[in-house]
Design a protein around this ligand. Sequence first.
Ligand code: XIL
Length: 483
Amino acid sequence: MAARPRIRALLGGALAAGVAVIGAMAMIPDANAAASTLGAAAAQSGRYFGTAIAASRLGDSAYTTIAAREFNMVTAENEMKPDATEPQRGQFNFSSGDQIYNWATQRGMKVRGHTLAWHSQQPSWWGGISGSSLRQAMIDHINGVMAHYKGKLAYWDVVNEAYNEDGSRRNSNLQQTGNDWIEVAFRTARNADPSVKLCYNDYNIENWSYAKTQGVYRMIQDFKSRGVPIDCVGLQTHFTGGSSLPSNFQTTLSSFAALGVDVALTEVDVTNASTTQYAGLTQACMNVSRCVGITVWGVRDQDSWRSSENPLLFSGSNKKAAYTSVLNALNAAGPTTSPTGGGTQSPTPTTSPTSGGGGGAGRIVGAQSGRCVDVPNASQTNGTRVQLYDCNGQSNQQWTYTSSKQLQIYGSRCLDAAGSGNGAAVQIYSCNGQTNQQWNVNSNGTITGVQSGRCLDVWGTGNGQQIQIYDCNGQANQRFSLS
Ligand code: XIL
C-alpha cells in the first residue's frame, strides 16, 4: 500500500521537471510488476502484511528502518494488553500503546488492537477480585480502552486464548465469571466502537482436525447464529514451541471464513524460519478470499519472544530465505484475487455531473463519521492523501463534481486513486483526465472509482482517518454524500 504513493511522489518530481510524457505514461498502474516489500506485495491482492512492534525498540533505527519499509499493519506486542493499559482500577495508561499507534499511523500503517480480555498479562488487581466484580471490571476495561482508541483501529482482538487444547473452555478467572463472558465482551466491544472489526484470537487452531480448532469453530458458529457481534478470527500461527504447519491449514481458514467472518494470521513465527512452512502458510492465506492479512510476531530473530528458535524473517538487517519465499507467494497472488470476494453490489450512478464544471463546490461528508473529506493542511502537493476531518467550510474541503466525473479541488487538483486494488490510497493530484480520477456518485450513497469499480472507504471515524478504495460492501463507512 505504501509503494504507490511513493512512486507518485517521484513522478511528481518528474512532471515538475517537464518530463510530462514519461510521467503520464507511468501513471497507468503497472499491475503486473512484482512488489519488493512485504506490505506492497500483500496490498496487490488487497491484503496487509504486519508485524508486532515493541515500544522499547522504537529507538533502534536498524529495527525501525526494516519495520517502516516492509510492513503496513502493526500490532502492539505487549503495550495494549490489560496489565499495560489499566494497571490500577479505573486508571488507564496509554503512553506506550500510543507511542506505537503514533509511530505506525504517521507512516500510513494500520493498527490492530491486542488484546482486551485474556487469562494472561492481567493487571494484578484482577487477581484480587472474582465473580460479578471481575465481570464488571472486564466490561469497564473494554469500555475504557476502546473509548481511547475509538475510530482509530482496524481490528481489536477482543478475547484471546479462551480455549483448552481439548476444545473445552480454559478455566480462567474470566471463565469463572460465567460461560457467557466471551459474548458479553464482544457485545460490550461493539457498543464501545462500532467502527472496528472485532476478533477472537487463539493459537493451535490451525489444524482443522484438532479438538481445539473445532471447539473455537463451534463458538464462532454459535455466535453467528445468535447474532453475537463478531467479525473475524485470528489464528496466531505460532509454528514454534513444537507446533508446525498442518497440511489442512487452508481448510481451516476457509471453514472459518464460510461462517461469515474474516480470518487472519496474527502472530506468525516458525522454528528456524522453515521456508516451506512460511511459503505454505502464506499460500494458504492467499488461497482464501477472506484471509485479509498476515502478521509476523516481531521483526528480526533477536526481537522474537522465542528468539532461540530464530523464527522470523530477518536476521539482523538481512532478509532470510524465508523472507523471499513469503514475498514470492504474496507477489504470485496479486493483483487478481480479492480478500473480500462476494457480496459486491453494482450501484447505479444517479447524481449527474454538473455541466461544464459550472456547479458550485460542496462537501463530501462521511455517513458514519459526519466528517468531511479534507486535504491535510490545505496542501496542494500532488500525492497528498485525503482524510476525514471536522467539516469547516474551508477550501481544502470544497469539491466540485465536474461533467467529466472528476471531483476537483482548488480548481486544478483532482481526487485521485493511487492504484486500483483494495486499500489503494486516495489522494489529490493534478487533473489529467484519466479514469483513476473519475468517480461515480451513486444512488446507494457510495462513490465508486471508474477505473477500479471500488468504493471510497475509510476504516474509522476520527479526525485524520485516511481515505482509500475498497471492495464495496454496503457498510456505512463507504457511504458519502456530496452536498
Ligand atoms: C507475548 C510477547 O511476545 C512477549 O513479549 C510477552 O512476554 C508475552 O506475550 N500469544 C499472544 C501474544 O497472544 O500476546 C503473546 O505475546 C504470545 C502468545
